[in-house]
Design a binder for this molecule. Structure first.
Ligand SMILES: NC(=O)c1ccc[n+]([C@@H]2O[C@H](COP(=O)([O-])OP(=O)(O)OC[C@H]3O[C@@H](n4cnc5c(N)ncnc54)[C@H](O)[C@@H]3O)[C@@H](O)[C@H]2O)c1
Ligand SMILES: O=C(O)C1=N[C@H](C(=O)O)CCC1
Length: 250
């Protein structure tokens, strides 16, 4: 049995993870913590893997504390920058146990991971590319972690293919062209009734490709979370791993 503790257990995602861990045959629920609870209660003796779904402003501190306490962490919270990832790498280098792991995924839904993958494949073949993400209005961060990840992947694939900047003759903006992530425009919609959705638009003269992923229910993230828990518990991914694609043979 893999002993799993959950940080952010009362949240929209954390509460789904509690149920998923209880329902799976090979995982057992250890501790469920939320804001104000004492993280030091989580130890290598009571926990094999911690699942962390909180808020971007606290996630880094939680991960650093948990690594220092000797436990492996699977993180779904967004807001990760290169600087924050470097801090996690540094913490892992000084971790108390050998081969400790942190796994971070901007999105655990297979539809979103594949959309990201297909976008990378398509990117070198199109002059224009833009990303639109659409989420529920309770979300605190914009643009979504997934959209930032997708935009970066598209930018990298374009650069590797020797493509230049996307064509854009906008003279006045006023914010309507969205946030520019590594040269790719990213637009965020917040709408009651939505959950988590992303569209990647590619354009050439006379043609368009649209890649769209729709996550209608948070249950869609649970197989990915459990897959990550199993992979990290297996001990074969020491250090920091970012992205569920690493576990999908893509
Ligand atoms: N990776 C994915 O697939 C995926 C999917 C959905 C959401 N998310 C991300 O997960 C995060 C959480 O989303 P949500 O919808 O569950 O949010 P939420 O606001 O419903 O839940 C966050 C929970 O964290 C708790 N919390 C706040 N500070 C804390 C602290 N210091 N220690 C412990 N708990 C603390 C809150 O009390 C709350 O219960 C967001 O960053 C969101 O973007 C990622
Ligand atoms: O509901 C959220 O909040 C989500 N956040 C992640 C993101 O920002 O990419 C993943 C999708 C759901």
């Amino acid at each position: 049995m893999i002993k799993v503790s959950i940080v952010g257990a009362k949240g929209r995602m954390g509460s789904h993870v509690v149920e998923a861990v209880k329902a799976a045959q090979d995982t057992s629920l250890a501790l469920t913590l939320d804001a104000g609870d004492d993280l030091t209660r989580i130890t290598p003796e009571n926990t094999d893997v911690v699942v962390e779904f909180t808020v971007p402003s606290v996630s880094l501190d939680n991960v650093l504390a948990l690594v220092a306490q000797g436990v492996n962490v699977v993180v779904g919270t967004t807001g990760w920058t290169d600087e924050k990832l470097d801090q996690v790498r540094d913490a892992l280098a000084k971790a108390p146990r050998e081969n400790q792991s942190v796994f971070i995924a901007p999105n655990f839904a297979i539809s979103a991971v594949l959309a990201d993958y297909f976008a990378k494949v398509a990117a070198p073949y199109f002059e224009s590319a833009e990303v639109i993400e659409l989420h529920h209005p309770n979300k605190v961060d914009a643009p979504s972690g997934t959209a930032i990840h997708t935009a970066r992947a598209i930018a990298e694939a374009r650069q590797d293919a020797g493509l230049g900047a996307v064509p854009d003759n906008t003279q006045t903006d006023g914010g309507s062209r969205g946030q520019v992530v590594d040269g790719i425009h990213v637009h965020a919609v917040r709408l009651r009734g939505l959950n988590a959705h992303e569209e990647v638009l590619f354009g050439n003269a006379g043609e368009q490709l649209t890649i769209r992923a729709d996550s209608f229910d948070r249950i869609s993230f649970m197989p990915g979370v459990l897959l990550a828990v199993r992979k990290i518990a297996s001990g074969t991914y020491p250090g920091l791993t970012v992205g569920l694609d690493h576990f999908l043979n893509l």
